[in-house]
Design a protein around this ligand. Structure first.
Ligand SMILES: *Cc1c(COP(=O)(O)O)cnc(C)c1O
Length: 394
């Protein structure tokens, strides 16, 4: 353990078992540690750094905003927020956005909006929320309450009441949990943390149908799978199934801490009103300058098209690993959000070996190797990733 690692362990609360590497700087899709060793980055800070490091124009836009204003509170208007909000609403085809500091806070806002929607309609008895098993929505008390992982929840119970769990991609199990008291159903469009499980078309369509019929709000958590990761701005757009509320974060600012919950017309008209919700930092000029620039870069440099174009190549190469190695049982995923199911050896072993050989990948669930690279990777990066993974698996 070197000096920086030791000092961190002395002062930082031990809630993470970190990899033994001190990262220093990045360039493109590469990261460099303090000893000068370089790593091909297929983790992207957990699906955050959509544009990699120092993407042309990105740093400049942020520096320019630092030179003007970083923070003013939400008591005043500012240009970056109005631009970022406009672009987010336009990209999603939804109605109103609220910027937060994280994904977790976006979930909190979405849950509050759903409860308030029922309340505003005079249905105070409608407070139940249906969430999915193996889901992940964050670590605060509210977000944890809808996270389908008992191991994460149990030490902190009692959490918020009225949450029921159903099985992802099992419409009947969701139907079985619906009562007169149900106000919302929340699901990731592609489960991330739980092991990279894309929703089935019929599942999302079925949810949409039930929710519309019963006036239940449908919430899609797009925090990990949104912002171009699956080849459309938001994963639900490729299914043609629109939620009433959507959460996003991670790649939204591509490196600055920002999230948002976005309401469709119905939820926007009758839910959160002045005084119902707030945040000191949320959507400050600095982070919104990043969001706004990210949308500009996505448009000008055709990032979504690039993901769509390169996905078949990435999938073909990963499928090659499934064929070649007994330890790789299957591939699952959508776009640049891919998982390899590892059997026979702990997935952590493969991740550690890859790190030693200069490739950053992460895990998901108990046995999935997760690949969530910057959206700007090239074929050459994919080839190199496969080469290092092969050496790590051999
Ligand atoms: C990461 C994540 C969250 C939590 O976001 P934070 O920014 O860590 O608070 C919520 N939902 C999903 C699907 C995520 O991947």
């Amino acid at each position: 353990m070197n000096e920086q690692m030791r000092q961190s362990e002395e002062s930082i609360l031990h809630t993470y078992n970190r990899f033994p590497v001190v990262l220093d700087h990045g360039e493109g899709c590469w990261l460099y540690d303090t000893e000068g060793k370089k790593y091909l980055d297929f983790a992207a800070g957990i699906a955050v750094n959509a544009l990699g490091y120092h993407y042309p124009g990105y740093d400049e836009a942020l520096k320019e905003q630092i030179g003007k204003l970083m923070h003013i509170s939400n008591l005043y208007y500012n240009e970056p927020m109005s631009e970022a909000g406009h672009k987010l609403v336009k990209a999603s085809g939804m109605s109103k956005a609220f910027f937060t500091n994280s994904g977790t806070e976006a979930i909190e806002g979405a849950l509050k909006a759903a409860r308030k929607y029922a309340y505003a309609k005079g249905r105070r008895d409608r407070y139940e929320i249906i969430a999915m098993n193996h889901s992940f929505h964050g670590r605060s008390m509210g977000a944890l309450s809808v996270t389908g992982n008992a191991h994460y929840r149990e030490p902190f119970e009692p959490l918020i009441g009225g949450v029921k769990f159903a099985d992802f991609n099992d419409l009947e199990s969701v139907k079985a949990q619906i009562t007169e008291k149900t106000c919302a159903i929340i699901t990731e469009t592609v489960q991330g943390e739980g092991g990279i499980y894309p929703a089935e078309q019929s599942f999302l369509e079925g949810l949409r149908e039930i929710c519309t019929e019963k006036d239940i709000l449908l919430i899609f958590d797009e925090i990990q799978c949104g912002m171009g990761r699956t080849g459309t701005y938001f994963a639900w757009q490729s299914y043609g199934v629109k939620p009433d509320i959507m959460t996003c974060a991670k790649a939204l600012g591509s490196g600055v801490p920002v999230g948002a919950f976005v309401l469709g017309e119905k939820a926007a008209e009758a839910s959160l009103a002045p005084g119902d919700h707030g945040t000191t930092y949320g959507g400050n000029p600095f982070v919104c300058a990043a969001v706004s620039k990210v949308f500009d870069i996505f448009e000008e440099d055709h990032i979504l098209e690039h993901v769509r174009e390169l996905t078949p190549y990435l999938e073909e190469k990963l499928d090659g690993l499934v064929e070649k190695y007994d330890t790789v049982a299957a591939r699952r995923g959508k776009g640049f959000m891919q998982g390899l199911v590892i059997t026979g050896i702990p997935v952590g072993t493969v991740v550690s070996r890859a790190l030693e050989k200069g490739l950053l990948v992460i895990s998901a669930g108990s046995d999935v190797l997760r690949l969530v690279p910057p959206l700007v990777i090239t074929k050459e990066h994919i080839d190199l990733m496969i080469e290092i993974l092969e050496k790590s698996l051999a």
